[in-house]
Ligand binder design. Structure first.
Ligand SMILES: O=C(O)COP(=O)(O)O
Ligand SMILES: [Mg+2]
Length: 218
């Protein structure tokens, strides 16, 4: 099972949408607006925080000219949270343990800004698994540009590569980077599983180590 395996974060290893929605809603409350529901905010996750805030502004018909200010306010609110509404998906920690025990090197490639990504990993006791964390503001471009994924693998040993993610953006990133993609189907995906290019799909993390072994055997 020796491999370099890079994971997406939001909607893949962790269900973080409740904390993201709480941060958005604290920003909106400070602006005098009512809250957005969880499903609406979740549908905006995937292309990074600036994009998420642009979608909030568009959804509510606010002034796009205030985007920099509202994005900064949302990031500040998110940074103030202690990840208390965020949970690893069931079985994710056990799967990471098994993959590490099997000799895999692991990394994170997320469009979430790097600071909050590192913070939530620390808050949930997950930092120890990962040798590299690349966030949405780590490089000049974000996923689906493949640069973040290339940088993640470049920081890991030169082993067979796999990327694990939950969304259209992740599938496109893997395709752009030429890396086999494993799709977690219980995250924040919008389209049908069949519509996303993937090597294999899974809905339970207990199945991931076996899926990795199969993908490497091909
Ligand atoms: O913050 C986002 O928009 C998405 O983050 P992810 O790349 O970890 O899914
Ligand atoms: Mg994701």
């Amino acid at each position: 099972m020796t491999a370099a395996i890079v994971f997406d974060l939001d909607g893949t290893l962790i269900d973080s949408a409740p904390d993201i929605a709480a941060a958005v809603n604290r920003m909106l409350a400070a602006e005098g607006h009512g809250p957005l529901d969880l499903a609406t905010v979740t549908s905006f996750v995937g292309r990074g925080l600036p994009n998420l805030v642009a979608q909030v502004i568009g959804h509510l018909g606010l002034d796009m000219g205030r985007h920099p200010e509202l994005a900064a306010a949302t990031l500040a609110e998110y940074n103030r949270s202690n990840s208390s509404l965020t949970m690893p998906y069931p079985g994710a920690v056990g799967a990471l343990e098994r993959l590490r025990e099997g000799g895999a090197a692991l990394g994170i490639c997320t469009n979430k800004p790097e600071g909050p990504a590192r913070q939530v990993l620390a808050d949930l006791g997950l930092s120890r698994f990962f040798d590299v964390v690349i966030g949405g503001d780590s490089l000049p471009t974000r996923k689906p540009d493949p640069a973040m994924l290339h940088a993640s693998f470049a920081a890991l040993p030169d082993l067979p590569r796999l990327y694990v993610g939950d969304s259209e953006v992740d599938a496109e990133t893997a395709l752009n980077a030429g890396v086999p993609f494993l799709l977690f189907t219980e995250g924040y995906r919008k389209r049908a599983v069949e519509e996303l290019p993937h090597r294999a799909a899974f809905n339970a993390f207990a199945d991931l180590p076996e899926l990795v072994a199969q993908a490497l055997a091909i």
